[in-house]
Write a protein that binds this ligand. Structure first.
Ligand SMILES: Nc1nc2c(ncn2[C@@H]2O[C@H](COP(=O)(O)OP(=O)(O)OP(=O)(O)O)[C@@H](O)[C@H]2O)c(=O)[nH]1
Ligand SMILES: [Mg+2]
Length: 533
């Protein structure tokens, strides 16, 4: 295969939504229908039930929520898919947003009983800003759902995106039978299988074919026919250009847990979603076919496999071809590094990979100097600046109650900081040695404590810190100028990991007051990108 053919068959996409809409369940079902797993697991980790492939972390299995994004690479129907399941909880949105920089399309999952929820709206906004094509899966049609027309209307009204129903639900809630595929004009009715572990037996036929009508009542059937006529009458056609521009979203209905409509989503997605495209950085366009290899690191994760206590840097390949053992330029250290330990990833399983192409996400092991956001390339002129950073809103000291385990505590914490699970701040002119942690949301503290204990055997104790707002000062501010600042009551000066000065305030009001009275010292809510060496 030529490099162009390799690129054209790549599909790199994330599943996003508000917590609990069914991302991990759908991911598992895409793996089932994609032939990557034989038996689907379930997120409700009841006894005797397989856990899902993407929620492999101990705490995820325990809580039944996703905490960290997961990469799954597999082949299906000639395509190579790089699928990323993301956490929905807002406390982990930094991880989710990083993933969005690494994908070419997203599947947005909506709980059809609830419609568009706040976190979905936020994630949608990020996709829109990046111009990422969005495919919509209206999930949980097996529960009393909102009217399908009302759901489409919500997409248009709340998100301001055109919505094109590719298929249409037949029945609703307990009477949900399947979907009508408007492209092929066929009804697909399904049978429920216990636990949704296997593919759901499916009957396909024309709209008026009694064999495929399942247990649908006359009234429900009449309603479906009327709605379909209405949609046909509206005369809208599938507009690929609008989808690729992120202006319109193809909508699929179904039920992930019951496997209804999953195959249609998978096939429809692959048919209409884009292969990797050029990226524009600092005004330079880098095409995937560019002969120089390039990519950037968007995620770091340690201890994925208890057998190998090591850390993996996840890189999204953007251009050229990756060959194992190749030597590349590493942007942060400005040094040449040899990439000899490269892996393809499937949840927490890994396998050595010898080559990779644009669109692929691969894991690199054995490079402690790699950090999130770093570019690796054979052309040092290429530099990606993709990774967004978030303003922390929760602050806590993390104590080590067991001095005998200081080494484990410190080592574990340093690792988690490097993964970006949480940030650390260092108070200025302070003798306090207890780390001050800064998080987007308090669940991140829980993850730190759990992982310290389970992966490093280190206990820890949290102590709330008295601040709730952090603002960055200009990076070039001088030490004397810091000394001369007059801070509001309770505020403190500190540094982030990049040694950039910040001010910690007790509340928003205090931060605003400082801003008003110190016009010459502009504050910024977002961490500055440059670091002072
Ligand atoms: N009734 C019904 N329940 C579903 C369906 N899909 C998922 N669920 C349930 O919804 C709950 C949440 O599912 P997950 O797949 O963990 O949701 P998620 O979006 O990955 O959640 P986070 O990753 O924590 O944001 C689980 O109890 C699932 O069994 C569906 O089609 N119908
Ligand atoms: Mg999940």
């Amino acid at each position: 295969m030529t490099i162009t053919e390799e690129i054209q068959r790549r599909r790199t996409f994330a599943i996003i939504s508000h917590p609990d809409a069914g991302k991990t369940t759908l991911t598992e079902k895409l793996l089932l229908y994609g032939g990557a797993v034989q038996l689907a697991g379930s997120v409700t980790a009841r006894k005797n039930q397989r856990a899902t492939t993407s929620d492999w972390m101990e705490l995820e299995k325990k809580r039944g929520i996703s905490i960290s994004s997961t990469v799954l690479q597999f082949d299906y129907d000639g395509y190579r898919l790089n699928l990323l399941d993301t956490p929905g909880h807002k406390d982990f949105s930094e991880d989710t947003y990083r993933v969005l920089t690494a994908v070419d399309a997203v599947v947005m999952v909506i709980d059809s009983a609830k419609g568009i929820e706040p976190q979905t709206r936020k994630l949608f906004e990020v996709c829109r800003q990046r111009g990422v094509p969005i495919f919509t899966f209206m999930n949980k049609c097996d529960r009393p759902m909102k009217e399908p027309l009302a759901l489409l209307d919500e997409l248009e009204r709340v998100l301001g995106i055109g919505a094109f129903p590719v298929n249409w639900p037949i029945g609703n809630g307990a009477d949900f039978q399947g979907v009508y595929d408007r492209q092929t004009k066929t009804m697909h009715t399904f049978e429920r299988v216990v636990g949704g572990k296997y593919r759901a037996p499916e009957t396909v036929g024309g709209l008026h074919d009694p064999a495929v009508r399942g247990n649908l009542s006359e009234a429900d059937f009449a309603k479906t026919v009327e709605e379909l006529e209405m949609l046909e009458h509206a005369g809208e056609i599938f507009d690929d250009a609008a989808v690729l521009a992120g202006k319109s979203t193809p909508v699929f209905f179904g039920s992930g847990v019951n496997n209804f409509g999953v195959q249609l989503l998978l096939d429809g997605f692959l048919k209409h979603s884009p292969a990797p495209k050029s990226r524009v950085m600092g005004g330079i366009e880098i095409a995937p076919e560019n002969p120089a290899f390039s990519g950037f690191i968007f995620k770091i994760q340690a201890n994925m496999d208890p057998k190998h206590r090591d850390r993996i840097a996840f890189i999204r390949v953007c251009s050229g071809k990756f060959d194992r053992d190749m030597t590349v330029h590493h942007s942060r250290s400005e040094k040449k590094v040899r990439l000899s330990s490269s892996h393809k990833l499937f949840g927490n399983e890994r396998e050595t990979v010898d080559e990779a192409y644009p669109g692929d996400v691969i894991g690199l092991v054995g490079h402690d100097s790699f950090g999130i956001g770093d570019t690796l390339t054979t052309d040092p002129k290429i530099l990606y600046k993709e990774i967004p950073r978030f303003t922390p809103e929760a602050f806590s000291y993390l104590h080590n109650p067991n001095t005998g385990k200081y080494k484990q505590f410190r080592q574990g914490l340093d690792q988690l900081l490097q993964e970006g699970v949480i940030q650390a701040l260092y108070l200025r002119n302070s003798s306090i040695k207890t780390p001050l942690l800064a998080a987007v949301g308090p669940l991140q503290f829980e993850v730190v404590q759990f992982r310290l204990e389970s992966e490093y055997g280190a206990e820890s104790r949290l102590e709330a810190a008295p601040w709730s707002v952090v603002r960055w000062l200009p990076t070039d501010i001088k030490e004397e100028e810091l000394d001369a600042l007059s801070l509001p009551t309770g505020a403190r000066l500190a540094y982030d990991v990049g040694k950039n000065p910040v001010i910690l305030f007790q509340n928003e009001w205090s931060a605003n007051y400082f801003g008003e009275t110190n016009k010459n010292t502009p504050l910024s809510a977002l961490p500055v990108q440059t670091t002072r060496e």
